[in-house]
Ligand binder design. Sequence first.
Ligand SMILES: C[S@@+](CC[C@H](N)C(=O)[O-])C[C@H]1O[C@@H](n2cnc3c(N)ncnc32)[C@H](O)[C@@H]1O
Length: 216
Amino acid sequence: MHLQMNRILKCFSALPKSLHTSLRSYYDCTEGCVSFEEATLLYCLARYVHTGCIVEVGSYRGRSTVFLGRGSLDGSKAPVYAVEPHTDFVGILGGVFGPQDRRAFFQAMLNCGCSEIVSLVNLSSEDFTSNWRKPVALLWIDGDHRYEGVKRDFECWKQHLNADAVIAFDDADNPDLGPRRLIEELTTHEGFIEGLTIGKVSVLCRETEDVRNDSE
Ligand SMILES: C[S@@+](CC[C@H](N)C(=O)[O-])C[C@H]1O[C@@H](n2cnc3c(N)ncnc32)[C@H](O)[C@@H]1O
């Protein structure tokens, strides 16, 4: 298995009891669309970021953002950029999102001690990524799950990814949604491998020597 994925899986499957308890309390005081296991995976992914920043696309009321923020705080304190326009939006599965979510987002950052590690970018990626200058080590995409939406978001960030960047997609288990179609394209044509799946979250990284040797 890819070394990075191995480390992340170890973190996920061997959480100390005290950490499990505090993550549970962050989960219980936030709102979001990921399960506790999926949120814990995000915590582990953020904790193993060493160089570069963390970008989240689609933050809603801040649950997944808090897990990225707490993971970063327990790791090397990589900055977390939460990209979320908080404008009226109806998701492909019928979810209704909008400006009413902004207050809960800020409240979650304050309640969970993440207001200094997380910066909210209250825009859609295509509005600003052409001027972006910070290398991205972890990209978590949970915005518009239509194929055109998820593809647009990935294309905006692709040029900013570190060589060993990790990309995680939500709702990757549904063959009718954009994330699964995009993952198939990235693994078939663009040299990515799907290294880890927890619940409906899939984690990709670029195929490297150690992975190729491992599977030979
Ligand atoms: C499923 S929710 C995110 C849930 C969140 N990640 C969690 O589990 O805590 C999807 C979010 O994507 C946002 N969204 C829609 N279009 C977007 C875009 N172009 N860029 C970033 N976010 C977008 C919506 O406003 C909504 O808040």
